[in-house]
Design a protein around this ligand. Structure first.
Ligand code: G3D
Length: 191
């Protein structure tokens, strides 16, 4: 996916990765988004790609790549040209929290994701005992992990859809401002 289009009827495009361990709720969240927004689905093997119109004229392509251990090794291949990352955590799966944190840590080391904004979706808030946003922030040491980028932790539920639009909106806002600051930097860069 190319950068925001600067020509024509102001159609903008963004490429967003939707990642997280298997079972975190990625497909469910993608389905919830599809209920709320106009979507174009491209049938794929191994991953799902959905393009949805968020605001008028803003099309976001979401790449939902499998989270099984084997698939995690190829996450890096999808990072090029990413504008944002939605990282889904099953906040109720306490035994796998550390594996999820490590997977995120590894992911953020990818050069293509340098400074790319992240919204962490603390999913499954409807499950009793699920960690809230503050606890997850602490357990994931997110301030340290994401010190070089914009980040936000959004509690949500894939079952009800609660919190999902807010998380997505936050990421879109980050992506827009990240794009602006990159463009400004390029403008002022000495030749
Ligand atoms: P994945 O795409 O990340 O692998 P899925 O995860 O979307 O397939 O979700 C895995 C399981 O978690 C599914 O249950 C799904 O219904 C459930 N799930 C997703 N989001 C939520 C949530 O917010 N709350 C609860 N309680 N469950 C959720 P099954 O039973 O189909 O495996």
């Amino acid at each position: 996916m190319g950068p925001w289009s600067s020509k024509g009827p102001k159609v903008q495009q963004a490429r967003v990765l939707l990642l997280g361990l298997d079972g975190a709720g990625k497909s469910t969240l993608l389905y919830q988004l599809s209920l709320a927004q106009r979507m174009a689905t491209l049938p794929t093997v191994g991953f799902n790609v959905e393009t949805l119109e968020w605001d008028r004229g803003l099309w976001v392509t979401l790449w939902d790549v499998g989270g099984q251990e084997k698939m995690r090794t190829v996450w890096g291949c999808y990072c090029e040209h990413a504008d944002g990352l939605l990282y889904v955590v099953d906040s109720s799966d306490l035994p796998r929290l550390e594996a999820s944190r490590r997977a995120l840590e590894r992911l953020l080391q990818n050069d293509h994701l340098k400074h790319v904004p992240v919204v962490i979706l603390a999913n499954k808030q409807d499950v009793e005992g699920a960690l809230g946003a503050e606890d997850l922030t602490r357990r994931f040491r997110i301030q340290k992990l994401c010190s070089d980028r914009s980040w936000y932790v959004q509690p949500c539920s894939g079952l009800s859809g609660d919190g999902l639009a807010q998380g997505f909106q936050k990421l879109v806002a980050f992506v827009k401002s990240h794009r602006k600051s990159r463009a400004a930097l390029a403008f002022f860069k000495p030749t």
